[in-house]
Write a protein that binds this ligand. Structure first.
Ligand code: PPS
Length: 297
C-alpha cells in the first residue's frame, strides 16, 4: 500500500478489508498439515521473527549457508495474503516470494515445512489444533505492554500507517482486532494447552534472559541434539546486534531504513507509557487472567 508520502509499504491488518479477508480464512482453516511440519504461532511483535530464525536453524541442522536465504522463503507467514485484502483504494506490496498467495507458497515448501502465523486460534488450520497430526507448534508470548509499544512504532515509523497517539493505539489493541483478535484469547489458548506433547510455550523474556536455555528446550522439543559449539554459534547468530545486521531476517530491502528489528528490550513500555495507561492495561489484563495461572508481569 502507499503511505502518506506516496511510498510503497507493506500492509498491516488495521487496513485489511475485513469482509474480503474473512472469506479467505476458510482456506487457511482447511490447510492440509503434515506430521513433520513445525508451526510457530504468536501475537504480532512478540519476537516471532527472532524465534523463527532460532527454530529454523535447529530444525535444519544449523545450515547457516541456507540461512542466508530470505526468512519469508524459509519460514513464511501462512496468512500473508490476508494482508493483501486491502481496503479499496489502498495499493499493496508483499514479499515477492509469495507471488500473491502465501497459502499456496506454504503448500509447496520443501519438507520439513516451517510456517508462522499471527492468527487467532479460531482461524488457524484445523489439523494444527485437533490432534489429528503429529505437527509441532511452538507458541511465543511477550509482555502485552511491550507488544503494544512495538506495534505502535512499527505502524508509525516503519510502515507509516499510524499517526495517532500511543494511548489511542493501546485502546485499539485492547478492543481486539481482526485477524489476531484479542491478545489474551490468543495467548491463553496456547497457555492452557502447553502441557500437550506437540505444543511448546516459550516467552520472549526467557529468550532475552537465558537464550541458551530456550535453545535447549526447543531442540529437545524438536527431537534434535546439539553440541556446546552449535549452541554457542547459535547464540551469537541470534544476538540482537548481529540479527540487526542480517538482511535475511531484518529485511532492510523490504522495510527500508533500519529494517524492522527495533530496540529488542524488556520493559521498554515503562519509559514510554503513562502511569494511567499502564494501570489501564493491568486492569484490563487482570480481568482476563482472573481464572488463569498465567504469570502477569
Ligand atoms: S512481527 O512483525 O510481528 O513479525 O514482529 P516480531 O518479530 O514478532 O517482533 C518484533 C520485535 O522483536 C524484536 N527482536 C529482537 N529482540 C531481541 N533480540 C533479537 N535478536 C530480536 N529480533 C527482533 C524486535 O526488535 C521487535 O521488538 P521491539 O520492541 O519493537 O524492538
Amino acid at each position: 500500500m502507499a503511505n502518506q508520502e506516496g511510498q510503497e509499504v507493506p500492509i498491516n491488518y488495521v487496513h485489511i478489508c475485513e469482509e474480503t479477508a474473512r472469506k479467505f480464512c476458510p482456506t487457511i482453516k482447511s490447510f492440509e498439515v503434515n506430521d513433520d511440519d513445525i508451526f510457530l504461532v504468536g501475537f504480532a511483535k512478540s519476537g516471532t521473527t527472532w524465534a523463527q530464525e532460532m527454530i529454523w536453524l535447529i530444525a535444519n541442522d544449523f545450515d547457516y549457508e541456507r540461512a542466508k536465504e530470505y526468512l519469508h522463503i524459509r519460514f513464511p507467514d501462512i496468512e500473508y495474503s490476508l494482508y493483501l485484502c486491502a481496503k479499496p483504494g489502498i495499493k499493496v506490496n508483499s514479499p515477492d516470494c509469495y507471488e500473491l498467495n502465501s497459502i499456496e507458497f506454504c503448500k509447496n515448501m520443501r519438507r520439513p515445512r516451517t510456517i508462522k502465523s499471527h492468527l487467532s486460534p479460531e482461524y488457524l488450520p484445523e489439523q494444527l489444533l485437533n490432534g489429528e497430526k503429529e505437527v509441532k507448534t511452538v507458541y511465543i508470548a511477550r509482555n502485552v505492554k511491550d507488544v503494544c509499544l512495538s506495534t505502535y512504532y512499527f505502524y508509525r515509523d516503519i510502515i507509516k500507517v499510524n499517526t495517532g497517539s500511543l494511548e489511542e493505539h493501546a485502546k485499539f489493541m485492547m478492543q481486539g482486532t481482526f485477524p489476531a483478535e484479542h491478545y489474551w484469547n490468543h495467548v491463553l489458548y496456547f497457555w492452557n494447552r502447553r502441557h500437550e506433547k506437540n505444543i511448546l510455550f516459550i516467552k520472549y523474556e526467557d529468550m532475552k534472559n537465558d537464550l541458551r536455555a530456550v535453545i535447549r528446550k526447543v531442540s529437545t522439543f524438536l527431537g534434535k541434539s546439539l553440541t556446546v559449539q552449535q549452541e554457542e554459534e547459535l547464540v551469537k547468530w541470534l544476538d540482537f546486534e548481529s540479527f540487526k545486521k542480517n538482511d535475511a531476517v531484518n529485511q532492510v530491502h523490504f522495510y527500508k531504513k533500519d529494517g524492522f528489528v527495533r530496540k529488542g528490550k524488556i520493559g521498554g513500555y515503562k519509559e514510554e507509557m503513562s502511569p494511567e495507561l499502564i494501570l489501564e492495561f493491568d486492569k484490563w489484563s487482570k480481568e482476563y487472567l482472573k481464572n488463569s495461572d498465567y504469570k502477569y508481569e
